[in-house]
Design a binder for this molecule. Structure first.
Ligand SMILES: [Zn+2]
Length: 225
């Protein structure tokens, strides 16, 4: 009986994850993933990066700070590079913003992202929403990024704590929520998480096992003001 339920669950997961219409990305997109700290890319945006890499859609991670709050900025920058290699995506870590529990100026973020959109010739930006998934103020600051001319902006959806830690079981709710989403294998994200050795506390292992952000990303499309 348990085996039958497990098989049924896997079949449903496979069918849902293969639904093409749910993805907000186009084959010729160039996607700039804007994060706040080294490790955000695999803790939160891993499914997006896997999905893009699997479809040969050009992507780049732009990390706004070196995550130097505890003086490990240099090490964390190198860890980001190793993590992004796991996903086969470019990365650039800026030292323009100071890591810490405070908001970053919206105008400075917009100006910084604008120049990198132009440099990368991005057609789409993916970043945090107003809750920043974990509520970190640096994450929330990224939600101030506005669409630039015809560049689309997608905010990574923050979900309730209950949904956040139900792993792939949350796929059922995500499926019926009618927001764009992607589902992509978590193994690369697990590998990428282990690239961030300076951050490997015991609770990270629980996160790897239970977080839906290891396999599911859903988005709020943002329209220009
Ligand atoms: Zn972060």
């Amino acid at each position: 009986m348990i085996l039958l339920l497990a098989i049924m669950f896997m079949v449903v997961v496979t069918i849902i994850s293969l639904r093409p219409r749910a993805s907000p990305f186009k084959p010729n997109d160039r996607v700039l993933v804007v994060t706040a700290h080294p490790d955000d890319e695999c803790m939160f945006f891993g499914p997006t990066l896997c999905h893009l890499a699997d479809r040969n859609i050009q992507a780049k991670v732009l990390c706004l700070s070196a995550g130097n709050f505890y003086g490990k900025g240099d090490q964390r920058t190198k860890e980001l590079e190793a993590s992004c290699k796991t996903y086969s995506v470019e990365n650039e870590c800026l030292n323009s913003f100071k890591d810490g529990p405070f908001m970053w100026p919206a105008s400075k973020i917009q100006e910084t992202v604008r120049s990198h959109v132009s440099k990368f010739r991005a057609t789409c930006i993916v970043t945090f929403d107003k809750e920043g998934v974990s509520g970190h103020r640096n994450h929330i600051s990224c939600s101030a990024i506005q669409p630039i001319s015809n560049i689309r902006v997608l905010h990574l959806e923050s979900v309730s704590i209950l949904r956040k830690f139900t792993a792939t079981i949350d796929l059922g709710i995500t499926f019926f929520a009618k927001k764009p989403y992607v589902v992509a294998g978590s193994l690369r994200s697990v590998k990428a998480m282990f690239c961030h050795r300076s951050q490997l506390e015991w609770f990270r292992f629980l996160y790897i096992c239970f977080s839906r952000y290891m396999t599911i990303n859903s988005y709020h499309p943002i329209s220009s003001n």
